[in-house]
Ligand binder design. Structure first.
Ligand SMILES: Cc1cc2nc3c(=O)[nH]c(=O)nc-3n(C[C@H](O)[C@H](O)[C@H](O)COP(=O)(O)OP(=O)(O)OC[C@H]3O[C@@H](n4cnc5c(N)ncnc54)[C@H](O)[C@@H]3O)c2cc1C
Length: 247
């Protein structure tokens, strides 16, 4: 049983010509012609990241994430929209002699529990217990591999929440690796691949007080009175066709 493997994130594939596709998707809305040979307008590209976000769904990335815990992959697959996943099946795979787990605590109980769990698994497999039943005793930190396809819009949302200090360390590490890999090929995507606060200017967890950034940047705290004021103005200006966006 090996322990404490570091995860390994690989970018297997991504949308070629993503910049042109993004700009074309945005222009199509306005029935503008596409000039495939035109140089990429960086300002236009940045504008795509700040306006209607649907064009970001045209840009896909495929990652292979190796040596991560099942605890992490449970969290990863909660992102349901704009994603696809393929993962090793412990129902089918016989992990005897191959299983490893991340030891996340120095406490001897952790290591002992993992060792006992693997020993029980192996002895059950030897006695003919089906893998789909024996897997039930394996720890949640058993290491696994997972493949993920995700579009840029979903990735932005994932980075918003998973680069945040509130996220579990393992997920944050993978999120940082994914961010680095994407920025290596698409540096223009940086403004949307940030923690929520550095993307939207406010904290997505108003009640969370332990964030070290909040201690420095008071403005990350939502200002309720201003929002109420804006709402009052909305009530005054917008309903009942009081405002025509086209005119
Ligand atoms: C710090 C942290 C702690 C967490 N703790 C827990 C926890 O204790 N327990 C737990 O169960 N989960 C927990 N989660 C997971 C969280 O609840 C979400 O399931 C996960 O972050 C995926 O987010 P999502 O639903 O926005 O993603 P997606 O499923 O990919 O959805 C993306 C967006 O699409 C829209 N959407 C998706 N599905 C629907 C729908 N059916 N109807 C309408 N709109 C939809 C929403 O706008 C949504 O934001 C935690 C997440 C974080 C970041």
């Amino acid at each position: 049983m090996s322990q404490q493997k570091l995860c390994d994130v690989e970018l297997c594939s991504y949308t070629q010509d993503a910049e042109r596709i993004l700009i074309a998707a945005k222009h199509t809305r306005r029935l503008e012609k596409h000039d495939k040979g035109a140089p990429i307008d960086q300002q236009e590209l940045q504008h795509c990241l700040k306006t209607v976000l649907a064009p970001l769904e045209f840009v896909d990335y495929i990652f292979l994430i190796k040596g991560v815990t099942r605890a992490f992959t449970h969290q990863l697959v909660r992102s349901r929209v704009g994603t696809s996943f393929a993962q090793e099946s412990m129902r089918v795979a016989n992990k005897s002699g191959q299983a490893s787990a991340r030891i996340q605590s120095e406490k001897p109980q952790f290591k002992t529990a993992v060792e006992v769990s693997f020993a029980c698994y192996e002895s059950m497999i030897e006695e003919g217990v089906a893998t789909e039943d024996a897997r039930g005793v394996l720890p949640i930190n058993t290491l696994t591999n997972i493949m993920m396809k995700i579009n840029l819009r979903a990735l932005s949302s994932m980075m918003n929440s998973r680069l945040c200090v509130r996220t579990a360390k393992e997920y944050r590490t993978v999120a940082e690796d994914i961010r680095d890999l994407v920025l290596n090929i698409h540096p223009w995507a940086e403004p949307v691949l940030r923690p929520y606060c550095a993307h939207h200017g406010v904290c997505c967890y108003p009640a969370y007080t332990k964030c070290p950034l909040k201690a420095k940047y008071q403005e990350l705290q939502p200002v309720d009175t201003e929002l109420d004021e804006i709402m009052e103005e909305w009530k005054r200006l917008v309903p009942n066709n009081a405002f025509n966006p086209i005119s």
